[in-house]
Design a protein around this ligand. Structure first.
Ligand code: S3P
Length: 444
């Protein structure tokens, strides 16, 4: 049958591998790549982006921003240029805006569109269409946007604005950089001060990059649990963005080296923004040799090269207040925990249930299918380490991070670990297979 051939084509298996060795460069940061594309499309002039992640999520965002009026071009040396809409503003698109698998893309672009007289319909793939959008639509409606969504606030969403919004002072009910960013972007073209108070600080790339595009973004108190204020209207000015390496992608080869005996690996060019490095703290507390070195600045962020060696790990209880700084890294942390002595507790992470998949349940099944001692909690996961049998097939639910986590588990399991569908890995880490193979990982 044709469909079963296709299914088999999408499968991949990882098997116990020799020591992983060598040096690789982390792919461009997904969060910063989305923002560079969106802000560049809104700005006056031509923005140049180096190090852009050429993942499917970013390419979806690029095509949506083109449909809204920007011109995105890849130059011969791999640099991207974005001719922004500037004073003319984003335009009502002639087509539906298909954001693919990208939650960051759809949510930030809805915020960006809200400030202009635009009517647009947002769609996405099966995974994105199951994710909640009311967290964005509620504050945007308070600002004056009309939005109709499917049951439960799901896509497709039809958004319609007259571009004359009321500024909002808002405390998001969930710790979410996407919500914060959507409201701030709506505030750009709104007269008056839009303010967000974050009970727990989330990644601050929107604030930092908006400043690079000429916006005045204030944070009080500075750099701790923040109120972020932006006074509009603001005309963004094109700039150059050098996108550093993605710590969330670096997480996979890092955990791979930690659990594969004899490994000694360097991951270059990793962004060390403290709103993103919670996983590295956990792995270090677990006894992992994860040593950032050669600190320098790139694209307004501190970056480093991370030296990782195979380590005997022990379980920890992850402090819940660390969740925002490692929100995408729990599945791969659970893989590290599977090889650690003792129990690792990851609790108060209910947000994981509304990511590309329900990552608590998906990770639990990933582990159980391969003989790991795991327990699903109401809002978390407990993992007790030991030898990993492997031999299971993991359902990835269109989730790139579940797919990569399962393959990393297989690198030190007794029998190969198989995933049903590797295609989504291209959303965030298109070179995953080549880079892992260059380190010696056996993934077929
Ligand atoms: C992101 C924020 C996070 C994260 C996502 C990227 C961003 O989502 O899970 O992968 O770029 O702002 P939330 O803001 O919903 O936690």
């Amino acid at each position: 049958m044709l469909s079963s051939n296709t299914d088999t084509d999408r499968q991949r298996s990882a098997q116990r591998s020799g020591p992983l060795t060598g040096t690789i460069r982390a792919p461009g940061d997904k969060s910063m790549s989305h923002r560079a594309m969106i802000f560049g499309a809104m700005a006056e002039g031509v923005t140049t982006v180096t190090g852009l992640l050429e993942g499917a999520d970013i390419l979806s965002t690029a095509s949506v921003m083109s449909a809204l009026g920007a011109t995105v071009t890849k130059t011969a040396d791999g640099t991207y240029t974005i001719k922004g809409c500037g004073a003319a503003g984003l335009q009502t698109p002639e087509i539906d805006l298909d954001c693919g698998n990208a939650g960051t893309g759809v949510r930030l672009i809805m915020g960006a569109c809200a400030g202009y007289p635009i009517t647009a319909t947002f769609t996405g793939d099966a995974s994105l269409s199951s994710r909640p959008m009311n967290r964005i639509l509620d504050p945007l409606r308070e600002m004056g946007v009309n939005a109709t969504a499917q049951e439960g606030g799901r896509l497709p969403v039809m958004l319609s604005s007259d571009g004359d919004l009321t500024p909002l002072t808002y405390t998001p009910p969930v710790a979410s950089a996407q919500v914060k960013s959507a409201v701030l972007l709506a505030g750009l073209n709104t007269t008056g001060t839009t303010a967000i108070t974050e009970p727990i600080p989330t990644r601050d790339h929107t604030e930092n990059m908006l400043r690079a595009f000429g916006a005045k973004v204030e944070m009080t108190p500075k750099n701790v649990g923040n109120t972020i204020k932006l006074t509009g209207p603001v005309n963004l000015k094109a700039t150059t963005v050098n996108v550093p390496g993605d710590p969330s992608s670096a997480a996979f080869p890092i955990v791979a080296a930690l659990i594969t005996p004899g490994s000694d690996v360097i991951i270059e060019n990793v962004m060390m923004n403290p709103t993103r490095t919670g996983l590295f703290d956990c792995l270090t507390e677990m006894g992992g040799h994860v040593r950032p070195d050669n600190f320098r600045k790139s694209g307004g962020e501190v970056i480093a090269d991370i030296h990782v060696k195979y380590s005997k790990l022990h379980g920890i209880t992850v402090p819940p207040e660390r969740a925002a700084s490692m929100i995408d890294e729990y599945p791969v942390l659970a893989v590290a925990a599977s090889f650690a002595t003792g129990t690792t507790v990851m609790d108060d992470i209910g947000e994981l249930r509304v990511k590309e998949s329900d990552r608590i349940t998906a990770t639990y099944h990933l582990l159980k299918a391969n003989g790991v001692n795991a327990e699903e909690l109401e809002n978390g996961l407990k993992v007790t380490g030991g030898p990993v049998a492997g031999g299971g097939t993991v359902t990835t639910h269109h989730d790139h991070r579940i797919a990569m986590s399962a393959l990393i588990l297989g690198l030190n399991a007794d029998a190969p670990v198989t995933i049903d569908d590797a295609s989504m890995i291209a959303t965030s880490f298109p070179d995953f297979f080549d880079l892992m193979a260059s380190l010696g990982a056996e993934i077929n």
